[in-house]
Design a protein around this ligand. Structure first.
Ligand SMILES: [Zn+2]
Length: 1012
């Protein structure tokens, strides 16, 4: 619809509330809470001084002896709250290290019941939950008034949803609110970042006092005439400036006016009431008329930057209100506001009749987020399920309607918008990438590794990634699947019924299921019991297509998954859809009838509506010799998996080390994103310094059991070959490894505990110098080393630690070692001290000379010590004191000083400490250790050796440079024979594996939640 932006004059806005529905079960009840709040903003101290009176109606059949209240500003009161702990779980340390003045709280509470003082207290576990004890029990059908003064200190807005940024105020979850009492009892819950709300419906009156030049956006209608007139003036001003393109960013806060005002804000039948105050806001207002009832809605938008984007927001709001009013239920409130602001818990956030939107890059983003948040007026605002317990119900449906609205408004628009039309998009198979695929990709990223989670879990049980991937994205896709199967008309009828039955009430998933099955007359067990409630996978594949009579094909389909979900079959010619049929799901193998036609491809789920694990087996290429084989395609670099192709990726590669010199080559690989269970990588290269073949290759097969002992395990084969001595006549080594590596099942998806194990066998083929008749000659040797190890990791973000053991066996030796690491954070900042303890002992040692030096040593490994050729050294055989010879890898005693002191065929123990400097990228290090017979190992040796120095970290995580400052006498004595100057004692570590793109993709952590 088109919408005129025009000044607005206060009209009379009716609230539309449907009457309670017979469809609700006869024992359904809901409580009611009306609030009257007087509040004054102190913008010097960022405080609210307020008083609240809540009329609480007990509509339950139960007698209540206490009332649970949410005092959620206390979530920001310190590092022990549920909110603070959840942030750490999400690896966000900002709140943990917050300064005192950035914290927030609610205090000055003094609860009265019906005007009389009452006893009350805070919950033992959660300071953001309060309990008011009733002297006289509240009988069914009775009402009481709870009143209290309160004071709120705004926390910094950089943490979550309540807060202030300078003199911009975001008052959300700011007043004491009774928890919901329903058929399950009290639903008292602490505030969480990941996890939303559940509150009582009621009417809210807010009398807000603040300096006159604040603009306030709220859930309510402005009932003060003077304020309304002023907002109209501001809207007119903005409107005029808009025409003249004078809406410049307002970043500075003007001084607060000396004059004060009190605004009366009111909203009816809401379960929350938020407001935002900012002196910099531009205002736009317009009214829209609802088609069905002819009622009017005041649309407002508030912003202080990005005016070019924001002037369009009224249209966005109007568009979605019109759509949802027709699709579901007419918009009930007389006002809908959109405000710009800092929202640290996501891109946008919904409140009744009000949303807040954070920074957005494009018009498209802004519209999408406004659309999403505005739809929450229906799934949250009107249909108020317990969002903490069933986030999928509101978020899944909201995301579903968001996509269906945008797809209707912009038919054919691809996920990447304009980029879809570019050469690059076509090249990387992204041109056709649409919303459904985007949703499925999020799902696949976890589902392929079986670390997805059931959609219907409570918020706090999801990992941060899954919180978006499951209740938002997979749920939305599941609704698309359901709609595809039922047909749009039937689905829409069922949703309307559900909305009508449960408007202004608290349905749960069972109520939703009942509404859907009643209207559609279908048993939707596959949807509710499998797709929503489990991590079972959908995985159909086409086996065979053969003619059946003159009009039909018989299509043999096998269900390799665990859900008998309905699916569609399509006949496609030249990429165009010719025919689609839907089929009921089944288990194992069945043949279905599909009408004959002129197709080149018969495909399962052409529209990509199913959350499914593998689409590569959905295709039957009718005219091909091998109809189930997807066409082969070679592609430079890589791209998202294209299920209609057999992709082989390649990339030219360059490398360098001292022995092969500059190496050139090419790499081939089968998998980029999302990960596949079989990974193949081949990288042949050619060394220019030694004219030899070099390179590496691996083949991994991953297993991700659904349940049992293992979270995952990987069978891997790995081969590599590089030079290990320099020059044209240099020698190369060959190394083969076969291994099993895995992780034991985690106690819970969100657990920070990991237990890893590995078993591997390495065969090294290399040359060893041997003096024969006075000439150094190469003698080829082969040796095998077997290793097994186990490591326990506590990967919490603050003070993480890990400990492991390793057994190593080879020709005539067996050695056992243990290593433990602990990082202790400093009290108030992100940095800290790292401790590493190592101890190792030979259980069996070679008698006589060993041709390979397997000894433990105090010093970290340099190239020549890496007898298993496991690490990457750029100068593998360079001697200590030379530049490349001083590359080290942390192993054994880990001394960062290049020393030969402490090489032993017996036992050894050492500790390494690295302490961060508070500001610079510098650490102090201390290495200390001892070994068997240390005191008498050589003339001048000591019982304990140590080295102390500074470590510089120019590229964090990639490069460390160690500058020794002092060493023990024994090390100093040996260094005296070896080194000519100080520079030869400087060592460095290169963590090249960290830059490996494959490792990066596998460990990808998505940082920004897209929506809330
Ligand atoms: Zn949402």
């Amino acid at each position: 619809m088109s919408l005129k932006v025009s000044p607005f004059f206060l009209l009379f806005f009716f609230l539309y509330i449907p009457v309670a529905k017979a469809a609700r079960s006869h024992d359904y009840f809901q409580q009611k809470a009306n609030h009257v709040i007087h509040v004054r903003l102190d913008d010097d101290k960022h405080m609210l001084h307020a008083h609240i009176t809540t009329q609480y109606f007990n509509n339950s059949p139960d007698t209540l002896h206490e009332i649970y209240l949410h005092l959620w500003p206390n979530a920001y009161s310190g590092p022990k709250t549920a909110f603070a702990r959840q942030r750490l779980l999400h690896r966000k340390t900002d709140f943990h290290f917050a300064r005192d003045k950035e914290l927030g709280f609610i205090d000055s509470l003094n609860f009265h019941v019906n005007g009389r003082p009452t006893t009350w207290g805070l919950d033992n576990m959660h300071p953001d939950i309060g309990i008011v004890y009733l002297d006289e029990p509240l009988l069914p059908g009775q009402t009481l008034a709870i009143s209290t003064p309160f004071r709120v200190k705004f926390p910094s807005a950089r943490f979550s949803r309540l807060g202030h940024h300078g003199q911009a105020y975001y008052a959300t979850q700011w007043y004491p609110k009774p928890a919901v009492y329903d058929k399950n009892g009290w639903n008292a819950m602490p505030y969480l970042d990941q996890g939303e709300f559940y509150s009582n419906f009621g009417d809210v009156d807010v009398f807000l006092t603040l300096p006159k030049n604040y603009v306030v956006a709220s859930s309510g209608l402005v009932l003060s005439q003077e304020e309304n007139d002023w907002l109209d003036e501001l809207a007119m001003e903005t409107f005029i400036k808009m025409g003249r393109r004078q809406l410049t960013d307002r970043l500075e806060f003007p001084p607060s006016s000396d004059e004060w005002k009190t605004i009366h804000l009111r909203q009816e039948s809401v379960h929350d009431f938020a407001w935002f105050a900012d002196k910099r806001y531009y205002v736009l207002r317009a009214k829209m008329t609802l088609n069905e009832s002819g009622r009017q809605v005041l649309l407002s938008t508030y912003f202080n930057t990005l005016a070019q984007q924001w002037v369009k927001t009224l249209d966005y709001t109007a568009g979605i209100i019109e759509y949802m009013s027709a699709e579901l239920l007419e918009y009930p409130w007389g006002v809908m506001s959109v405000a710009q602001g800092i929202n640290s818990a996501g891109a946008g956030m919904e409140y009744p009749a009000l949303t807040i939107i954070g920074k957005t890059d494009t018009d498209r983003d802004l519209e999408r987020i406004i659309v999403h948040e505005a739809i929450h007026n229906w799934f949250y605002g009107i249909i108020a399920n317990n969002e903490r317990k069933y986030p999928w119900l509101d978020e899944g449906l909201t995301t579903f309607y968001e996509i269906s609205y945008l797809e209707k408004k912009y038919p054919g628009r691809k996920f990447l918008g304009d980029f879809s039309g570019t050469f690059l998009a076509r090249y990387f198979d992204l041109a056709q990438f649409d919303y459904a695929e985007y949703l499925n990709l999020w799902y696949l990223f976890k589902a392929r590794r079986n670390i997805d989670q059931p959609i219907n879990l409570p918020s706090e049980e999801f990992t941060m990634f899954n919180y978006f991937a499951m209740p938002y994205f997979k749920a939305a896709l599941s609704f698309m699947h359901l709609e595809g199967y039922l047909g749009r008309e039937k689905f829409s009828r069922a949703m309307k019924q559900f909305a009508n039955d449960w408007a202004f009430a608290h349905p749960d998933p069972l109520d939703f299921r009942r509404a859907l099955t009643e209207v559609t007359d279908k048993d939707l067990a596959w949807f509710f019991d499998d797709l929503i409630a489990t991590t079972s996978k959908i995985d159909y594949s086409i086996k065979k297509v053969e003619p059946s009579g003159s009009h039909n094909f018989l299509v043999k389909i096998s269900n390799k998954g665990q859900i008998a979900a309905p699916f569609s079959l399509s006949g496609i010619k030249g990429g165009k859809l010719v025919e689609t049929n839907w089929y009921e799901g089944f288990e194992q193998c069945q043949s279905v009838i599909f009408p004959k036609g002129n197709y080149d491809l018969i495909q399962i789920d052409k529209e990509k509506l199913m959350p499914t694990i593998n689409r590569r087996n959905h295709n039957f290429w009718h005219e091909k010799t091998f109809p189930r084989l997807n066409p082969l395609e070679f592609q430079l670099l890589g791209s998202v998996e294209n299920p209609e192709k057999m992709q082989v990726f390649f990339m030219p590669v360059m490398g360098w080390n001292q022995n092969d010199g500059v190496m050139g080559g090419i790499s081939f690989y089968n998998s980029v994103f999302p990960a596949r269970s079989t990974e193949l990588f081949i990288m042949p290269m050619y060394g220019t310094a030694n004219d030899r073949l070099a390179g590496s290759a691996w083949l991994n097969k991953w297993f991700f059991p659904e349940r049992g002992v293992f979270q995952n395990f990987k069978l891997g084969l790995n081969a590599k070959r590089f030079g290990h001595t320099p020059g044209l006549n240099g020698w190369s080594y060959n190394r083969f490894e076969a291994g099993l590596k895995g992780e034991l099942m985690k106690p819970a998806a969100i657990s920070t505990t990991e237990r890893h194990f590995f078993v591997r066998s390495m065969l090294v083929n290399r040359n060893i110098p041997e003096v024969i008749s006075g000439v150094v000659q190469a003698r080829q040797v082969n040796y095998v080393i077997n290793e097994a190890g186990f490591e326990y990791q506590q990967n919490r973000i603050i003070n993480p630690w890990r400990a492991g053991v390793r057994l190593e066996q080879g020709v005539r030796f067996l050695k056992l070692s243990g290593e433990s690491r602990l990082f202790i954070h400093y009290r108030s900042i992100q940095r800290g001290v790292n401790f590493r303890v190592f101890a190792g002992s030979f259980l069996v040692k070679p008698v006589g000379n060993s041709q390979v030096d397997y000894r433990f040593r105090l010093g970290a490994h340099r190239g020549i010590h890496d007898y298993a050729f496991s690490s990457t050294f750029l100068g593998r055989s360079a001697s200590a004191g030379t530049f490349w010879g001083n590359q080290i890898v942390e192993a054994d005693g880990g001394f960062k000083f290049p020393t030969s002191v402490g090489q032993t065929w017996d036992w050894l123990a050492a500790i390494n400490i690295q302490a961060d400097f508070p500001v610079l990228p510098v650490k102090a290090f201390l290495d200390a250790g001892t070994y068997a017979g240390a005191a008498n190992a050589f003339e001048g040796s000591r019982a304990f050796s140590w080295a102390f120095g500074l470590q510089l970290l120019p590229v964090k995580g990639i490069l460390e440079i160690n500058f020794p400052l002092a060493v023990s006498k024994d090390i100093e004595q040996v260094a005296g024979f070896t080194f000519n100057n100080y520079w030869e004692k400087i060592t460095f570590s290169l963590y090249l594996d960290q830059a490996n793109p494959f490792r990066f993709l596998r460990n990808l952590r998505f940082r920004t939640p897209h929506l809330l």
